[in-house]
Ligand binder design. Structure first.
Ligand SMILES: C[S@@+](CC[C@H](N)C(=O)[O-])C[C@H]1O[C@@H](n2cnc3c(N)ncnc32)[C@H](O)[C@@H]1O
Length: 328
């Protein structure tokens, strides 16, 4: 471990602080503390490079004993519980599963020819594979059942709010590490990935309710890379259905070369390609933000940008285009 390693890690934590300030003041404070803490920086520098990020450290701490209340507790727990913390960070990955993203996908899905087969790559626990099982509130217009997961969306630009939910006849997910919504440890990890902050209670409530829905009606979840396993996933499509290959908040994790091969593969298939990703991750959806994530995501169908959304899906701005209801 070199001084340069410690400086690089500290810089990463400092830049995380700016993005977390409003959504999680506690994580912003803890990240700032880490940037100046020799104890934590040395602990992190001993981990492989892909395992040092704030999201993973803070989720592992939450998983093992709740979020530290301040920097002093953080230092103490890293010093006293280093082995368990290291093992958790090595075994787990950042796989936040946010069912509220279905609120950004639904206006598109509802316009496609039903019934639908959903093939979600980078599915985590598959909670975005149930857009037809959740209830929505688009600026007060309610869609779907009232007694389940509730997803509120603020709209602008004339979002085509669906009148009814689409019919989904098959749900298939692919992930490097699929999580099981029925497994208590995986559920605890998904909860630990939610940042403490103003939206945490609502998000945890929604996560628990969506995991119950998914556990009751398990999707087919395949283990592996999105390019390698796509053909296997398509093999589970229901005959006569419209197949939708979809993904949300996945492509920034995928190396550029693999992303290119994925785009080439999907383009040539007889499927609809629905994405909710940062700009530029799908070809034709804008300029890439400097930090790979940016302040908003683009909802695109078959590479055509249709809307801008909040990264977690709670806000949707329609860009004015109609939908080709059959593939171009
Ligand atoms: C931030 S999570 C998003 C989960 C879900 N799409 C959502 O929006 O709630 C990203 C997921 O992509 C998966 N992932 C990353 N690279 C992948 C790859 N090359 N192939 C398959 N899955 C991948 C991760 O394991 C993780 O579960």
């Amino acid at each position: 471990m070199t001084e340069e390693d410690l400086t690089r890690i500290a810089r990463g934590y400092r830049s995380f602080t700016a993005g977390a300030r409003y959504s999680s003041p506690l994580y912003a404070e803890l990240a700032e503390h880490v940037a100046g803490s020799a104890t934590v920086l040395r602990f992190l520098a001993a981990l492989p490079t892909g395992k040092r990020q704030p999201n993973l450290l803070f989720a592992a701490l939450q998983f093992l004993g709740g979020a530290p209340v301040d920097g002093a507790e953080l230092d103490r727990r890293v010093a006293d519980d280093a082995e368990r913390l290291r093992a958790t960070m090595l075994a787990r990955a950042t796989q936040t599963n946010e069912p509220a993203r279905c609120g950004a996908l639904l206006p598109v899905l509802a316009q496609l020819d039903a019934p639908l087969t959903l093939v979600e790559v980078g599915a985590s626990a598959g909670l975005c594979l149930y857009p037809d099982r959740y209830g929505y509130d688009y600026d007060g217009v309610r869609v779907g059942p009232a007694d389940t997961v509730r997803i509120a969306v603020t709209t602008s630009g004339g979002v085509p709010v669906p009148r009814r939910l689409p019919t989904v006849v098959a749900r298939i997910g692919v992930d490097l590490n699929p999580l099981d919504p029925a497994d208590p440890d995986d559920r605890a990890w998904l909860r630990a990935l939610v940042w403490p902050g103003p939206a945490a209670d609502e998000r945890l409530h929604r996560l628990d309710a969506a995991a119950d829905v998914a556990a009751d009606e398990p999707a087919t979840l395949l283990h592996g890379d999105l390019v390698d396993r796509l053909p296997d996933a398509l093999g589970f499509a229901a005959p006569g259905s419209t197949v939708v290959v979809m993904h949300t908040a996945v492509l920034p994790y995928v190396p550029e070369e693999v992303r290119g091969r994925f785009a080439d593969a999907v383009r040539d298939l007889p499927v609809r390609w629905l994405a909710q990703e940062p700009p530029g991750m799908v070809p034709g959806t804008g300029e890439r933000p400097d930090d790979a994530w940016g302040a908003h995501f683009v909802v695109s169908l078959d590479r055509r940008p249709l809307a801008r959304s909040a990264p977690h899906g709670g806000r949707l701005e329609w860009l004015g285009g109609g939908l080709e209801t059959s593939p171009a």
